[in-house]
Write a protein that binds this ligand. Structure first.
Ligand code: NAP
Length: 255
């Protein structure tokens, strides 16, 4: 898909190296944005995302930072601003899940999931907001999850920390939208199951049950989530802020 809506804009996508984040990077670059691809560990994947963008004639660079680390996130923004310009579009996408996150979940697991999924979202938005408000333009999308709306009654795992972190992201989106408007719009996206590394270890049995429960009878594709993120960043959604939008293929157990 080709349009030039974000020509001259700089986008930062946390966790842009793989999965949903990569698809978002490619989609924004196809709209003309200069893209900062953030990663935490997998440099090769980040380089691949960057090279895909450059190969298609776009502008991108890669930035190492653990978004759970406040200072490292700040240093990443400094580098992006130096290289690519002020961040106009932020997609706070970086996230982790723990598949054995059941009632035996440890305190360490709880803290690590909150540190990356919630603190990481906060660090990124907080560093981006002042420049956006000062310039009178900013568009933010935070990636939540359907597990932030309700626990999953199908999969055996109880993703308590993960679901709670993603519920908090939905609240954070509402609070930030109220505080940062009218210059800045802040929305969320809550994907259902999407085929990425994060869901690669879902058992065949769970996969069968999960897809059977969805109206569309399949997992989502990363491009389908990226398209919704693009819409929420774009002026096609100019009257929408503070909302978290579900893209889950229609799980029948959700309200
Ligand atoms: P993924 O394939 O596992 O990719 C995760 C991305 O996040 C990678 O780019 C990874 O970087 C990055 N990341 C992890 N920890 C980080 C940290 N501390 N600092 C910076 N970056 C970090 O995951 P995904 O499925 O694309 O998920 C993306 C987002 O969507 C997550 O927030 C996830 O919770 C959410 N989500 C996913 C699904 C799904 O079914 N896949 C459903 C609902 C919500 P490296 O490459 O360097 O490791």
């Amino acid at each position: 898909m080709e349009d030039r809506e974000f020509e001259g804009r700089t986008a930062l996508v946390t966790g842009g190296s793989r999965g949903i984040g990569r698809a978002v990077c490619l989609r924004l670059a196809a709209s003309g944005a200069r893209v900062a691809v953030n990663y935490a560990a997998d440099r090769r994947a980040a380089e691949e995302t960057r090279d895909l963008i450059r190969g298609a004639g776009g502008a991108a660079d890669i930035y190492l930072a653990d978004v759970g680390d406040h200072d490292a996130t700040g240093a990443m923004f400094d580098a992006v601003e130096r290289d690519l310009g002020s961040v106009d579009l932020l997609v706070a996408n970086a996230g982790i899940a723990r598949s054995a996150d059941a009632l035996s979940m440890s305190v360490e697991t709880w803290r690590e999931i909150m540190r990356v999924n919630l603190d990481g979202t906060f660090h990124s938005v907080w560093r981006a907001k002042d420049g956006m408000v000062a310039r009178g333009y900013g568009r933010i999308v935070c990636i939540s999850s359907v597990l932030g709306l309700a626990p999953n009654p199908i999969a055996a795992e109880r993703m308590i920390a993960y679901g709670t972190s993603k519920a908090a992201v939905i609240g954070f989106v509402r609070q930030c939208a109220a505080a940062l408007g009218p210059a800045v719009r802040v929305n969320g996206v809550a994907p259902g199951y999407v085929a990425t590394d994060m869901t690669a270890d879902v058992s065949d049995e769970a996969r069968t049950r999960l897809t059977a429960a969805a109206a569309l009878k399949r997992f989502g594709r990363t491009e389908e989530i990226a398209e919704l993120v693009h819409f929420l960043l774009s002026e096609r959604s100019s009257f929408t802020t503070g909302q978290t939008h579900v893209a889950d293929g229609g799980y029948k157990f959700l309200p």
